[in-house]
Design a protein around this ligand. Structure first.
Ligand code: HEC
Ligand code: HEC
Ligand code: HEC
Ligand code: HEC
Ligand code: HEC
Ligand code: HEC
Ligand code: HEC
Ligand code: HEC
Ligand code: HEC
Ligand code: HEC
Length: 463
C-alpha cells in the first residue's frame, strides 16, 4: 500500500500533463515553448512555436514536413543525394549504415549540443559510411580525411552546382576581374491596371497626409497606374488581372484597409512575396505568426531597430517603394555585425555609391542586395524574366551558391572561391585580396591537364 501512493500520483500527474500538453498544442495562445526539449536550430527557431508544421499531435515528426518546405529548393539545387537515390533495393546496405532516406537522420532538432553549421546533427566525417572505398576508384583521394570532404570547398552533400568538374572547368581560368563587370538589369513588372483612373481613388478622409500623396505620385506604382484601392481594398485574387472597363473595380468590396500586408502585394508580385516568405525575413509571416523583429533575433542588430517589424514596407517604405534605399541603406538601419559595418568602407560600396551618383554605369554597383537579394532569371509562363530573389537565404549557405549567381558576373571562379573561403575577408566585407588558394581547385586543374595530355597523346600521329 505504501508503495502504491507514489505510483498513482505518477499516473495522475502524467494524465494531467498529457491533457495539458494536447490542450496547449491545440490552443493558439498558450505557451507551447514550455514543451520544447532543447534549443531549436538557427534555421527554425523563428517558427519553433508552430510545432504542428513538423510534428504530429503525438510529437512524432511529420513524414513530409521537411520536403513540404525544402523539396523545391533541393530539387532546383539538383540535390546530389535525394531520398529517392536510397530507395532502390540495391542500396539496402548503404541504408543500413546510414538511413539517408530520412532527413532527420542528419538533421535533428532541439539538440544544440550536437548541431553543426546548417543544422547537421551527425559527426562531420559521415561521408565515410557510404564512400569508405573512394580511394579504390579515385586514388588521389587516399590521403584525404573523411571530415574534409565537405569542409575544404570540394563537395557538398546536397548542392554541388558550383562544385562539379564540368562547371569549374568552364570557369576556372577566367580572369579575377572580368572585362565587363555588370549584373543583369531588372525587368519591368508588367502593368496590370484595370479601369485605369487618373486621380487617386481613396476616400477623401484618407488623403489628408501630403507625404503619402507625394510619395505615391513619385512612385513606379503611380506611373504604372496602380491606384490606392489596389492595395487598400481587399480584392479577390483575380480582380486585378481580369477586371476590365466592363467590370469596374468598384464591384469589389470597398472596405478600406488601413495597413495592407504582404498579401496585398502578392497579387501583383507573387514571385517577390514567395521569396520573402521562404527566408529568414518573412518565414514568420508564412506561418501566420506576427512579423519577425530584431529584438527576437540571434544575430546582432542596432538597438534602435529592436522593435521594427519585418514586412514588405520595412525596406521599401509604404508609398515610395524606392529600390535604391532598400538595397543597402535600409539593411544597415537594422543589421549590426562586423561584416555589415565593414561594407561602407569596401571597394564594392564605392562602386554602388558611384552608380547612385550617376558616375558609375547602371548595374555596376555592388550593394548588400546585389549579393543577398540578387537579380535572377526565372520562368514566368514561356518567358525568362529577371526578378529580385527576395529569399536572402537562397544564396547564403553553403556560400559557393553565391558564387554562381553573383560573383561570377564580375569575377573568375578561382578568385571568387578563394574569397568565399576566407572567413576574415567576409568579415571585412571583401576589403582586400583573398588570403590563400582553395587547394581542391589545383586538383581539378591537374586533372584537366592530365586529360588534355592523354588526349594529345592519343591524337599524336604514329611514327
Ligand atoms: C522545424 C521543425 C520542428 C518544429 C517547428 C518543432 N520541432 Fe520538435 N522536433 C523536430 C525534429 C526534427 C525532432 C527530432 C526527431 C527525431 O530525432 O526523431 C524533434 C524532436 C522533438 C521532441 C522529442 C525530443 C527527443 O529528445 O526525442 C519533442 C518533445 C519536440 N520535438 C517538441 C516540440 C515542441 C513542443 C515544438 C513546438 C513548441 C516543436 N518540437 C517544434 C522538429 C521540429
Ligand atoms: C514551415 C517550413 C519549414 C519546415 C516544415 C522545415 N523547414 Fe527547414 N527551414 C525553413 C526556413 C524558412 C529556413 C530558414 C531559411 C533557410 O535557411 O533556407 C530553414 C532552414 C533549414 C536549414 C538550415 C539552413 C542553414 O543555413 O542554417 C536546414 C538544414 C533545414 N531547414 C532542414 C529542415 C529539415 C530537415 C526539416 C524537417 C525536420 C525542415 N527543415 C522543416 C523552413 C522549414
Ligand atoms: C546524410 C546526411 C543528410 C541527409 C539525409 C539530409 N541532409 Fe540536409 N544537409 C546535410 C549536410 C551535411 C548539409 C550541409 C551542406 C551540404 O553539405 O550540402 C545539409 C544542408 C541542408 C540544407 C541547407 C543548405 C542547402 O544546400 O540548402 C537544407 C535546407 C537541408 N540540408 C535540408 C534537408 C532535407 C529537407 C533533407 C531530407 C530530404 C535532408 N537535408 C537530408 C546532410 C544531410
Ligand atoms: C547514405 C550514403 C551516402 C552518404 C552518407 C554520402 N553519399 Fe555520396 N553518394 C551516395 C550514393 C548512393 C551516390 C550515387 C553513386 C552512384 O550514382 O552510383 C553518391 C554520389 C556521390 C557523388 C557523385 C556526385 C553525383 O552528383 O553523382 C559525390 C561527389 C558524393 N557522393 C560525395 C559525397 C560526400 C562528399 C559525402 C559527405 C558529405 C557523401 N557523398 C555522403 C551515397 C552517400
Ligand atoms: C495592382 C498591382 C500591384 C500591387 C497590388 C502592388 N504593386 Fe508594386 N508594382 C506594380 C507595377 C505595375 C509596378 C511597376 C513596374 C515598373 O515600373 O516597371 C510595381 C513596382 C513595384 C516596385 C518597384 C519600384 C521601382 O522603382 O522599380 C516595388 C518595390 C513594388 N512594386 C512593391 C510593392 C509592394 C511592397 C506592394 C504591396 C504593399 C505592391 N508593390 C503592390 C503593381 C502592383
Ligand atoms: C502599393 C500599395 C499601396 C498603394 C498603391 C497605396 N498604399 Fe497607402 N499604405 C500601403 C501600406 C502597405 C500601408 C501601411 C504601412 C504600415 O504598415 O505602416 C499604407 C498606409 C496608408 C495610410 C495610413 C497612414 C500611414 O502612413 O501609415 C494612408 C492614409 C494611406 N496609406 C493612404 C493611401 C493613399 C491616399 C493612396 C493613394 C494615393 C495609397 N495609400 C496608396 C500601401 C499602399
Ligand atoms: C530586406 C529588404 C526587402 C524586403 C523585406 C522586401 N524587398 Fe522588395 N526589393 C528590395 C530590394 C533591395 C530591391 C531592388 C534590388 C535591385 O534593384 O536589384 C527590391 C525590389 C523589389 C521589386 C522590383 C521588381 C523585381 O525585379 O523583383 C518588387 C516588385 C519588390 N521588391 C516587391 C517586394 C514585396 C512584395 C515584398 C514583400 C513580400 C518585398 N519586396 C520585401 C528589398 C526588399
Ligand atoms: C527591420 C530590420 C531588418 C532590415 C531592414 C533588414 N534585415 Fe536582414 N534580418 C533581420 C532579422 C531580424 C533577421 C533574422 C536574424 C536572426 O534570425 O537572428 C535577418 C536576417 C538576414 C539574413 C540571414 C542571416 C542568416 O545567417 O541566415 C541576411 C543575409 C540578411 N538579413 C540581409 C539583409 C539585407 C541584405 C537587407 C537589406 C536589403 C536586410 N537584411 C534588411 C532584420 C532586418
Ligand atoms: C560581395 C557580396 C556581399 C556583400 C556586398 C554583402 N554581403 Fe553579407 N554576406 C556575404 C557572404 C559571402 C556571407 C557569408 C555567408 C556564409 O558563408 O555564412 C554574408 C553574410 C551575411 C550575413 C549573415 C551573418 C551571419 O553571421 O550569419 C548578414 C546578416 C549579411 N551578410 C548582411 C549584409 C549586409 C547588411 C550587407 C550590406 C551592408 C552585406 N551583407 C553585404 C556576401 C556579401
Ligand atoms: C557588379 C560586379 C561585381 C560583383 C557582382 C562582385 N564584385 Fe567583387 N569587385 C568588383 C569590382 C569592380 C572590384 C574592384 C573594385 C576596385 O578595385 O575598386 C571588386 C573587388 C573585389 C575584391 C577585392 C577587394 C580589394 O580590396 O582588393 C574582392 C575580394 C571581391 N571583389 C570579391 C567578390 C565576391 C566574393 C563576390 C561575390 C560574392 C563579388 N566580389 C561580387 C565587382 C563585383
Amino acid at each position: 500500500m505504501k508503495r502504491k501512493v507514489p505510483w498513482i500520483l505518477w499516473l495522475l500527474s502524467t494524465i494531467v500533463m498529457v491533457m495539458y500538453l494536447s490542450n496547449t498544442m491545440r490552443s493558439e495562445t498558450a505557451d507551447r515553448g514550455l514543451f520544447l526539449p532543447g534549443v531549436t536550430t538557427v534555421g527554425h527557431y523563428q517558427i519553433e512555436l508552430a510545432c504542428q508544421v513538423c510534428h504530429t499531435p503525438g510529437m512524432g515528426v511529420l513524414q513530409d514536413a521537411c520536403i513540404n518546405c525544402h523539396g523545391a529548393e533541393l530539387e532546383t539545387a539538383s540535390d546530389s543525394h535525394p531520398p529517392k537515390k536510397f530507395k532502390p533495393l540495391d542500396k539496402a546496405d548503404l541504408v543500413e549504415r546510414l538511413d539517408a532516406r530520412f532527413c532527420i537522420t542528419c538533421h535533428q532538432e532541439h539538440a544544440a549540443d550536437r548541431t553543426h553549421a546548417m543544422g547537421l546533427t551527425l559527426p562531420t566525417d559521415y561521408c565515410y559510411h557510404c564512400h569508405r572505398d573512394i580511394a579504390e576508384t579515385r586514388p588521389n583521394h587516399a590521403e584525404f580525411a573523411f571530415d574534409s570532404c565537405a569542409s575544404s570547398g570540394c563537395h557538398n552533400f546536397h548542392d554541388n552546382r558550383a562544385l562539379n568538374e564540368p562547371f569549374l572547368t568552364a570557369h576556372l581560368d577566367t580572369p579575377d576581374f572580368l572585362p565587363v563587370m555588370t549584373v543583369a538589369a531588372r525587368a519591368p513588372v508588367e502593368a496590370k491596371p484595370a479601369a485605369a483612373p487618373d486621380a487617386p481613388d481613396a476616400p477623401a478622409s484618407k488623403m489628408t497626409d501630403p507625404h503619402v500623396l507625394d510619395d505615391f505620385a513619385a512612385s513606379a506604382h503611380a506611373r504604372a497606374e496602380v491606384n490606392c484601392t489596389d492595395c487598400h481594398v481587399a480584392q479577390p485574387p483575380s480582380a486585378v488581372l481580369e477586371s476590365s472597363p466592363a467590370q469596374p473595380r468598384a464591384a469589389v468590396s470597398q472596405i478600406w484597409i488601413d495597413k495592407p500586408d504582404h498579401t496585398a502585394c502578392a497579387r501583383c508580385h507573387d514571385h517577390e512575396a514567395a521569396g520573402f516568405l521562404a527566408g529568414r525575413h518573412g518565414m514568420r509571416l508564412s506561418q501566420n505568426m506576427p512579423p519577425m523583429t530584431p529584438a527576437e533575433a540571434r544575430l546582432p542588430f542596432k538597438p534602435e531597430a529592436a522593435h521594427r517589424a519585418l514586412t514588405c514596407n520595412t525596406c521599401h517604405g509604404s508609398h515610395r517603394y524606392d529600390t535604391q534605399t532598400a538595397a543597402a541603406e535600409s539593411c544597415m538601419k537594422c543589421h549590426d555585425d562586423p561584416h555589415t559595418r565593414a561594407y561602407a568602407g569596401s571597394p564594392h560600396a564605392k562602386l554602388w555609391a558611384a552608380e547612385l551618383a550617376g558616375e558609375g554605369a547602371a548595374n555596376t554597383g555592388v550593394s548588400c542586395a546585389t549579393c543577398h537579394l540578387p537579380r535572377q532569371t526565372h520562368r514566368e509562363g514561356d518567358e525568362e524574366v529577371v526578378r529580385v530573389q527576395h529569399n536572402q537565404n537562397d544564396n547564403l549557405r553553403p556560400n559557393e551558391k553565391m558564387m554562381r549567381n553573383v560573383c561570377l558576373k564580375c569575377h573568375g571562379a578561382q578568385f571568387s572561391l578563394d574569397a568565399l573561403a576566407d572567413r576574415a575577408l567576409i568579415d571585412r566585407n571583401f576589403t582586400g585580396q583573398p588570403a590563400g588558394h582553395v587547394e581542391s581547385l589545383d586538383l581539378i586543374r591537374t586533372k584537366i591537364a592530365d586529360l588534355a595530355r592523354k588526349r594529345a597523346e592519343r591524337n599524336k600521329p604514329k611514327p
